[in-house]
Design a binder for this molecule. Structure first.
Ligand SMILES: Nc1ncnc2c1ncn2[C@@H]1O[C@H](COP(=O)(O)OP(=O)(O)OP(=O)(O)O)[C@@H](O)[C@H]1O
Ligand SMILES: [Mg+2]
Length: 338
């Protein structure tokens, strides 16, 4: 059984003071997905497609005005839709943890690193402060921070951005959660540090057998770390597949457009122009009938305004009239996955 089951997850935000149904911003529009134990699921999509609201909905930390509904949301068999706020607090940190984009939003500038890390453990487990600090030092070493004992005494402002993100990862690991949700955890970092943090997350995920939902707008990054990929467009998942399958046989025209817009070693020739997807993402206000991508899709026909079938073949799901499992695959060199 999958660790996390999500069925028909929706997030709606009323616009204005007395909104009618047409004024409702439907930011997340009926997502279905699962995460297996020990797997890295990447959710990828353009800015504003609902990635962050999806992750906040999973841990029940949506902004006050946003409303979450779902037919099913279970973590290891626990029904997350019916938990009290107190029980959710207990589950957060303990069974599932979140890594945000900007480490300063997760660290309190007024407390030392040691205080903040050890508190995660003392809140959830019956351990002494001394034991918690010892575990904190261990976790700092695990995320590649040397002089751990000294670092525990420091404050967030004394650390660089990369080190702060390592501390956040250590914090997420303190209670050995089953699932970590990382929302663009490397976007605020410069490129070399980004690569280090990415490798760290991937190594820890493999070593500890953690399930990770990794959220990003960067498909190039997905190619390096994902086991499975869900492509989001305008609040919906339009394609889900094992990572290699998605890169070799993308089915949805949006995924194909995204792939054409990034350089891929061995596939993009030097000097070759990259593609771009014309047009704009549709407004998420009001209901959408038919395929949300049709106004930007070169293959769209009138029927796309009506019904979008979901085609499934061997764990590869695509919501498109034109999904064709027998399309010629694109062969990727091994180096892309290293
Ligand atoms: N608190 C809020 N109130 C109103 N609208 C919101 C709120 N938070 C998000 N939205 C809107 O919901 C949609 C989805 O936002 P979300 O933050 O989930 O996007 P995202 O995919 O994470 O984008 P990015 O890649 O820029 O982080 C956007 O249209 C956004 O403007
Ligand atoms: Mg976001």
């Amino acid at each position: 059984m999958a660790l996390l089951h999500v069925e028909n997850l929706r997030v709606d935000i009323p616009m204005g003071n007395s909104p009618t149904p047409d004024d409702m911003l439907h930011a997340v529009r009926g997502l279905d997905f699962e995460v297996e134990r020990g797997e890295m699921l990447c959710i990828v999509g353009e800015s504003g497609c609902g990635k962050s609201l999806t992750s906040l909905a999973l841990i029940d930390l949506l902004p006050r005005q946003a409303k979450r509904t779902a037919s099913r949301l279970t973590l290891d068999g626990i029904d997350m839709l019916s938990q009290s706020e107190r029980r959710m607090c207990d589950l957060r940190g303990n069974r599932l943890a979140m890594i945000f984009q900007e480490p300063m939003t997760s660290l309190n500038p007024a407390y030392s690193i040691g205080d903040q890390l050890s508190e995660v453990l003392t809140q959830h487990r019956k351990v002494s402060r001394k034991e918690a600090l010892a575990r904190a030092a261990q976790m700092l070493e695990k995320v590649g921070i040397s002089n751990a004992t000294e670092r525990l005494r420091q404050y967030p402002h004394q650390l660089s951005g990369g080190l702060r993100q390592r501390v956040i990862i250590a914090m997420a690991l303190m209670c050995e959660p089953d699932l970590i949700i990382a929302d663009e955890p490397t976007t605020a970092l410069d490129v070399t540090i980004q690569a280090q943090i990415l490798r760290l997350i991937r190594d820890i995920q493999k070593e500890l057998g953690l399930a990770v939902i990794f959220i990003t707008h960067d498909l190039g990054l997905v190619a390096r770390i994902a086991d499975r990929v869900a492509v989001m467009y305008a609040g919906e998942i339009v394609e889900t597949a094992p990572a290699l399958q998605l890169f070799e046989s993308p089915q949805h025209p949006y995924t194909r457009g995204l792939l054409a817009s990034i350089p891929i070693p061995g596939r993009t020739r030097p000097g070759e122009a990259l593609g771009s997807i014309p047009g704009l993402v549709p407004s998420l206000v009001g209901e959408q009938q038919g395929c949300a991508f049709r106004n930007r899709c070169s293959q769209a026909i009138p029927a796309c305004a009506q019904h979008v079938p979901e085609v499934e073949q061997g764990g590869h799901r695509t919501r498109c009239l034109f999904a064709a499992p027998d399309r010629a695959p694109i062969r990727l060199p091994e180096s892309v996955r290293s």
